[in-house]
Write a protein that binds this ligand. Structure first.
Ligand code: SF4
Length: 718
């Protein structure tokens, strides 16, 4: 229950921001503040633990609503009243930067709220002092057999500049000229150089590390504990949940999440809980493991338990290797590969995730061996951990333990990844319950990829088909509160798609916040007489080249969207020169450069036509005269060869549904709304959206797609 003081604080803060920034109250923004405050106020709790049923607050709010201000204003005072932390999570770095560098400072300056915030990043964004010290130390001690070569991860002849650069990183941090955050280093640090000086949770020795008190990652993490608002991204939130929640961010039970750009969350979650394993790569890894163990063994007392563990690990690696070779051979001989002509990659998806018995037996055996291997690596990491404990007299001396813990941690992390795949492949496929034709949730997708034709390396994959269970069990059913927002959460005007893919709790409150844009007056959606059925793919580009000059005639700033890069390039190349000179494709430069050049041309009074594919249909912001015409060349249906989507379609069919109407059309609707959303970026913007794909009026589903667009005035040629 919200107390009166908190309500008054929200209202006063909103009034202060409007006055301070000379803004007028917007209906949608006020509604959003009220909805969030009401939702949070309805949560009941006892001693900090949520007691009311779990529900989420889902708000679709378009451009111009001012949604960041709305959720910050509503949620910060409530979170403080309840003693919870607010985690604001985004899908993109651009929005994260905007919240940290603009929205939160603005809010603090004008609202009267004394708010603190911190940007959360994963361990891999920070310098690991222990690792960089090991590298520098190791270099001068190539003779020292305590420093494992695996730790150094470098060729003996590593360039002197790399070592000098590592020294510079280390000394800049020591001199407090840099905080150890990769993003705060004045120049870009290439991945290969950075990998050698950062770490992950399995390699980090945590409190046992001699540098713990000055560790950049743990210093940054300590700051999070005192911040009112933690700004994160979906990947970090999901990584934290995969570690059980509370490992990097506060525990879900103590957190109110705001998931901005929430439409990306289900797909991000699928990626996080997917697994893969390359058979040849794993065999090479086993060889590296055996070599590392052989190097470690002489440093362990012969009769120590750790030495016996090393011996068992060596035996296991020797046993697993031929089992992998056998699976490779079996798959090569028995898989009805699809594609792979002319030495290209081939793929095979197991329908219904069902594996043939002969393969299943092999997978189960490998899963059992992998459990042993992972357990032994865990045990070895524990022995090394004990070796670093000054209070205990362990079998392993501290120097050996410190040097080898990260190495074993690296092997352990990889072994866990492999185990996830074998487990996902050996789990029984859920069967339909009696009286039902299909299961309640789809079985995970299982598929194979073979690189470079016959006898190429084979990679095994597994992925949940829907993220509903993982998100429900790890996030929605645990967190104190969750607000999801984005400009596109509905598909065909309904929240069903999001609900199915994100596993939202029943009775979650879902609402579309009305826009303050005057769509009818300011913009049109047009289907001209020159629109066409995509038909024959071979002539598609030619037909488009015929039509585009007419469609773009008179424009100074337009965006033309394609569904395939190949089409985009071909059309550009075939356009008459006068038009070609006006075009910038999204592949010509970096995204920022493309947009800069476009703006410059418009500022100089030149015509500028942007050509882009899916990623330009979402997230580019060109207000006012920078964009007055969006051309959609083809309805954005996805290509049906994605194994996860194919598994979902199969499951929907088993349930008697129609995958085209239940997946393809809603997905296309979302992409179309996003593309059309590039046009109006502020209340005063005007322009038109032209759809050149005639299916929008010739097919039954076309009217559903049209109706889901903002209510632009329609100009449809018969
Ligand atoms: S505590 Fe972990 S991340 Fe920090 S310096 Fe030590 S090993 Fe590296």
């Amino acid at each position: 229950m919200l107390n009166e003081d908190t309500k008054a604080e929200i209202q006063a803060a909103y009034r202060a921001v409007l006055a301070g920034k000379d803004l007028r109250a917007r209906y949608g923004q006020r509604l959003m503040i009220a909805e969030i405050a009401r939702y949070l106020g309805e949560i009941t709790e006892n001693d900090g633990q949520r007691t009311s049923a779990h529900k989420a607050c889902v708000l679709e709010a378009g451009t111009g609503t001012g949604k960041t201000l709305a959720y910050l204003l509503a949620a910060i005072p409530v979170a403080r009243q309840l003693g919870k932390q607010l985690v604001v999570s985004t899908a993109t770095v651009a929005l994260q930067d905007q919240i940290v560098n603009k929205d939160l400072p603005d809010l603090k300056a004008h609202s009267g709220l004394d708010v603190s915030w911190s940007l959360a990043k994963g361990r891999g964004r920070y310098l690991c002092l222990s690792k960089v010290e090991q590298r520098l130390h190791g270099h001068g001690n190539q003779d020292s057999d305590t420093i494992p070569l695996f730790m150094l991860q470098e060729e003996p002849g590593e360039p002197a500049e790399t070592r000098a650069f590592h020294e510079k990183l280390f000394s800049s941090y020591a001199a407090r000229e840099w905080d150890g955050d990769r993003d705060h280093w004045p120049d870009h640090i290439p991945d290969d150089i950075w990998q050698g000086v950062t770490t992950d949770h399995r390699q980090c020795t945590n409190r046992r590390c001699s540098y713990f008190d000055s560790c950049p990652f743990f210093s940054a993490r300590a700051e999070l504990e005192h911040a009112d608002v933690i700004v994160a991204n979906h990947d970090l939130v999901l990584a934290d949940l995969a570690l059980g929640g509370g490992a990097i961010l506060p525990k879900p039970e103590d957190t109110i999440y705001v998931m901005d750009e929430a439409h990306h969350l289900p797909d991000k979650a699928l990626n996080h809980f997917a697994a893969s394993l390359g058979l040849e790569g794993t065999r090479q890894w086993l060889r590296s493991l055996s070599q590392a163990l052989a190097q470690l063994l002489p440093h362990l007392p012969a009769d120590a338990e750790a030495a016996r563990t090393v011996q068992k690990l060596t035996d296991l690696a020797r046993e697993i290797d031929p089992m992998l070779a056998d699976v490779h051979e079996w798959l090569e001989e028995n898989t009805p590969w699809e594609g792979g002509e002319d030495g290209g990659n081939s793929q095979y998806r197991f329908p219904g995730a069902r594996l043939p018995d002969e393969l299943s037996t092999r997978v189960t055996a490998l899963q059992q061996q992998q459990v042993q291997l992972t357990r032994r690596l865990d045990q070895l990491a524990d022995f090394l951990d004990e070796g670093m404990d000054e209070r205990r007299e362990g079998d392993i001396d501290r120097e050996t333990a410190e040097a080898w813990y990260p190495v074993v941690g690296q092997f352990h992390a990889r072994a866990e990844d492999q185990l996830r795949l074998w487990q996902a492949w050996s789990e029984a496929v859920p069967e339909a319950e009696e009286g039902e034709d299909s299961t309640r949730t789809p079985a995970p997708a299982r598929w194979l990829n073979r690189r470079g034709g016959e006898n190429g390396d084979i990679t095994l994959y597994s992925s949940p088909v829907l993220a509903d269970n993982v998100l429900f069990s790890r996030l929605w059913s645990r967190c104190f509160g969750a607000i999801l927002t984005s400009a596109t959460l509905t598909a065909l005007g309904r929240f069903d798609r999001l609900s199915m893919r994100a596993g939202l709790p029943a009775d979650s409150r879902c609402l579309v916040i009305p826009s303050n844009f005057r769509y009818q007056e300011n913009a049109t959606v047009e289907v001209p007489a020159s629109s066409m059925e995509p038909g024959d793919p071979a002539s598609y580009a030619e037909r488009l080249v015929d039509r585009l000059p007419g469609v773009l005639e008179g424009d100074t700033a337009a965006l033309v969207l394609f569904t395939a890069r190949r089409d985009m390039q071909r059309v550009r190349d075939m356009l008459p020169e006068t038009w070609r000179d006006c075009v910038i494709t999204q592949d010509d430069h970096t995204r920022a450069e493309v947009l800069d050049r476009h703006r410059q041309r418009v500022d100089n009074g030149q015509t500028s036509i942007l050509f882009g594919v899916a990623s330009f249909a979402e997230g580019i912001d060109l207000p006012g005269t920078y964009l007055e015409h969006v051309v959609i060349t083809r309805l954005p249906f996805s290509v049906p060869d994605d194994p996860i989507e194919a598994s979902l379609a199969e499951w929907i069919e088993e349930r008697g549904g129609n995958p085209f109407m239940e997946i393809s059309v809603p997905d296309a609707s979302i992409r179309l709304v996003q593309a059309a959303g590039r046009l109006l970026r502020s209340e005063s913007d005007t322009g038109r959206v032209t759809i050149l794909d005639r299916r929008i009026i010739s097919r039954r589903y076309g009217s559903m797609l049209l109706d889901a667009l903002p209510p632009f005035r329609r100009v449809i040629a018969a």
